[in-house]
Design a protein around this ligand. Structure first.
Ligand SMILES: Cc1ncc(COP(=O)(O)O)c(C=O)c1O
Length: 362
């Protein structure tokens, strides 16, 4: 079977050029006589790989030296616990604000509640099945909170923040797992940014954490692996890091740079999303459950007029080389995840297929 267009929400499609380079270097990385997988993480070759990955993260995201860049394990889910444990440093202040915009926000909230007595929900769109993003005016923020947590893109519900919440002097913490490096952001507006790699950055197994230096070392006696201070001191090498995943992440970032960096990728992402939403909105056969102003550029949920057609749609799409389009059970219908690595031709092919399917079944 040839390569398909893979619309998976994650782990997701990687750029073909990255896979081909990894393949070429698989058994003998740059004349070292071994695979990156077999290399000591302390070797000269590997130290260069991880340093290069960090440098590219800093360059592409525009991260100043006021921030640490860490490569962690445990996925974004581990950060749901790690963030509160690192930031809760005042026994008298047990307050953290969470913006509830979907399933992943809810999971983050659940973990935070194990650490903080007072987890406040500053806004929630649960009442409308998370079909929209609360506006800045709707956020009820507590200026005394330890931090404000947001999920910048809601992978399951297909909504995305198109603004950065203004949280005053309270640090903003963002789970950017599903839209990191898909658009320009001003890192200086955030206290912590974290993202599991398996959508826009590389394979699963590594989690990128960008943390402002004044937010580490606030708490004594943390379990070593989740202590940002300890991780930063050892430059993510407190123990064996996920070496191969970091290597691939470095290749993905090199590819991004070759594509013209975040600005060029963002332009393409805007174009891809706009044409897919236009195809959905332009037909009475397809529908989209999300509010127009809140729509995600990364995850596009859509429904068919008749749910009974879903299995046929999925199987015919698969025959056409368009796979992993089934929507999440909490939304139903379909979901096309069109991360950075999804080429524009993949979106074009999906739109053509949708038009044809409508013509035959509409
Ligand atoms: C927005 C968001 N946060 C968190 C997670 C959980 O990530 P992980 O599996 O890396 O723990 C996901 C996974 O899909 C996600 O989309």
């Amino acid at each position: 079977m040839g390569r398909v267009f893979n619309f998976s929400a994650g782990p997701a499609a990687l750029p073909l050029a990255v896979l081909e380079q990894a393949q070429a270097e698989m058994v003998d990385y740059q004349q070292s006589g071994m695979s990156v997988m077999e290399m000591s993480h302390r070797s000269k070759e590997y130290m260069a790989i991880i340093a290069n990955a960090e440098e590219l993260v800093r360059e592409l995201m525009g991260i100043s030296d006021k921030y640490h860049v860490l490569f962690q394990q445990g996925g974004a889910t581990m950060q749901f616990t790690t963030v509160p444990m690192n930031l809760i440093n005042d026994p008298a202040n047990q307050s953290a604000d969470y913006i509830n915009t979907g399933s992943w926000s809810k999971k983050a909230i659940k973990e935070a509640k194990k650490q903080f007595q007072n987890v406040r929900i500053s806004a929630s769109s649960e009442g409308v099945n998370f079909s929209r993003i609360p506006t800045q005016q709707e956020l009820k923020l507590n200026p005394a909170s330890t931090y404000v947590h947001m999920t910048s893109n809601n992978t399951i519900f297909g909504t995305e923040f198109h603004y950065t919440p203004d949280t005053g002097s309270v640090p903003l913490v963002a789970d950017m797992s599903s839209n990191i490096l898909s658009r320009k952001i001003d890192v200086s507006k955030y206290g912590i940014i974290y993202a599991g790699a398996q959508k826009n950055l590389g394979p699963s197994g590594v989690t990128l954490v960008v943390v402002r230096k004044d937010l580490v070392g606030r708490c004594e006696g943390l379990p070593l692996m989740i202590d940002y201070q300890a991780q930063a001191e050892k430059e993510s090498m407190l123990n064996t890091p996920p070496t191969y995943a970091i290597y691939i992440l470095g290749l993905v970032l090199k590819w991004m740079k070759e594509q013209g960096g975040v600005a060029a990728i963002e332009e393409r992402n805007i174009r891809k999303a706009a044409k897919l939403y236009a195809a959905i909105d332009g037909s009475s056969f397809y529908g989209c459950p999300t509010e127009v102003a809140s729509r995600s550029r990364m995850n596009v949920p859509f429904t068919l007029k008749d749910d009974a057609l879903n299995p046929t749609f999925l199987s015919q799409a698969k025959d056409a080389g368009l796979v992993t389009l089934k929507g999440h059970r909490s939304v139903g219908g379909m979901r096309a995840s069109i991360y950075n690595a999804m080429p524009e031709e993949g979106v074009d092919a999906l739109i053509s297929f949708m038009n044809e399917f409508e013509r035959k079944n509409g």
